[in-house]
Design a protein around this ligand. Structure first.
Ligand SMILES: Nc1ncnc2c1ncn2[C@@H]1O[C@H](COP(=O)(O)OP(=O)(O)O)[C@@H](O)[C@H]1O
Ligand SMILES: [Mg+2]
Length: 358
């Protein structure tokens, strides 16, 4: 059997660069070497693209880019190249790619930018397309669409950098403290403040503006957080639901990656009927936002049993301990099987695109 050339993209010009390194190293470790030939394409924090030939240990420790064997390389937008172009001596060499796996989180990777490049290139790729990735990255836009589809969202106000902030602050105060102040496009809880008073709200908005010119101020949802790992295309698989038990303020960066004071319960401690309602909401959200391939849909379950949308991660964390692969594993899909499914879904998506093209 001929090996498929899989290009794994990692790193990225994003605040979530470090998370991507950990996710990508796990993805690479779990890809079956008897089926796939890997082409590793690292993107530094500064946005330099390099072909890398070393170990996953050096990806994890962020030393991968220090080696001389890293070669400047990039994905060609040109459809007849359908691959990676790299500088070899004084010549450009093209390596064809069968499927690209952008294991990139946050800006410049999970937000439709890299997906746009991959769509131009004609290379099938794992995950959501340009539009869906861009929508899911933008909490304000995703929230509006999900609300229009009939799923409850937290009441919110949006503020834009450069505008007079006072009207937005007055509107937000009416929602009642505490308030969540979030960059509309960010991840891993970067730039998020839980504001208990007007001064903290104003400071929180300024802090969020360092990540995005659009900021969402949300009413606090009391309840617990539940996640749904969704895999597939028109009839997606929805894995067992997990639940985050928080004892601290909120699921911030430190907590997400240390789980020092929080606990993840898999499956969530909920009634089967509630689980069915959560899965139905996740499916509706996935479809509404045009997701394909995979996504983790995050929601809140309130004490009264209301389901409130939080956000969709189109490239959720992928370490061996991450929520998405854990939920899939619990539902009978092992990490290596998940890799195979994602890669074949990418190829199937490309076939479907061909049918609708021209
Ligand atoms: N409206 C809200 N009510 C209660 N908790 C919230 C709300 N918004 C965010 N949080 C808390 O903040 C965390 C991070 O917010 P989230 O919107 O998921 O951003 P990120 O994309 O950075 O993960 C959530 O996991 C949750 O703990
Ligand atoms: Mg989140």
């Amino acid at each position: 059997m001929e090996l498929k050339n899989i290009a794994v993209l990692f790193g990225g010009c994003s605040t979530e660069y470090d998370v991507s390194l950990q996710s990508a190293a796990s993805v690479i470790d779990h890809l079956d070497r008897s089926k796939y030939h890997f082409i590793l394409l690292g993107i530094t924090r500064e946005g330099t693209w390099l072909r890398y030939n070393g170990s996953t240990a050096d990806i994890r420790s962020d030393t991968w880019h220090t080696y001389d064997n890293c070669i400047p390389a990039f994905i060609s937008p040109c459809k007849n190249a359908r691959g990676i172009v790299e500088l070899s001596g004084t010549e450009y060499r093209t390596t064809p790619v069968d499927v690209a796996f952008p294991v990139l989180h946050g800006k410049n990777g999970e937000d439709g930018t890299v997906q746009g490049l991959l769509e131009l290139s004609g290379i099938p790729f794992v995950g959501c397309d340009t539009l869906s990735s861009a929508i899911c990255m933008d909490k304000a836009t995703a929230g509006q669409l999900v609300r229009a589809a009939g799923v409850e969202t937290a009441a919110s106000v949006t503020a834009f950098a450069g505008d007079d902030l006072d009207p937005a602050i007055r509107e937000a105060e009416k929602l009642g403290f505490p308030l969540y102040v979030k960059p509309s496009r960010s991840g891993s809880s970067f730039g998020i403040t839980k504001a208990y008073d007007k001064q903290a709200l104003r400071n929180g908005i300024q802090a969020a503006f360092s990540h995005d010119r659009k900021v969402v101020i949300e009413q606090n949802v009391t309840g617990f957080e539940v996640g749904c790992a969704v895999l597939g295309y028109s009839e997606p698989v929805i894995a067992a639901i997990d639940e985050i038990e928080l004892t601290g303020e909120f699921f911030d960066y430190e907590e997400k990656y240390s789980l020092r004071t929080s606990n993840i319960h898999l499956p969530a401690r909920i009634e089967p009927g509630t689980a069915d309602r959560i899965k139905a909401a996740a499916r509706l959200i996935y479809k509404t936002l045009g997701c394909r391939g995979l996504a983790r849909v995050d929601m809140f379950l309130t004490e009264e049993g209301r389901i409130v949308f939080n956000e969709v991660n189109t490239m959720p964390g992928f370490t061996a301990a991450s929520r998405y692969p854990n939920m899939m594993r619990y539902s009978g899909i092992s990490y290596p099987q998940l890799m195979d499914r994602l890669i074949s879904l990418a190829a199937a998506k490309e076939e479907a695109n061909h049918e609708t093209r021209c």
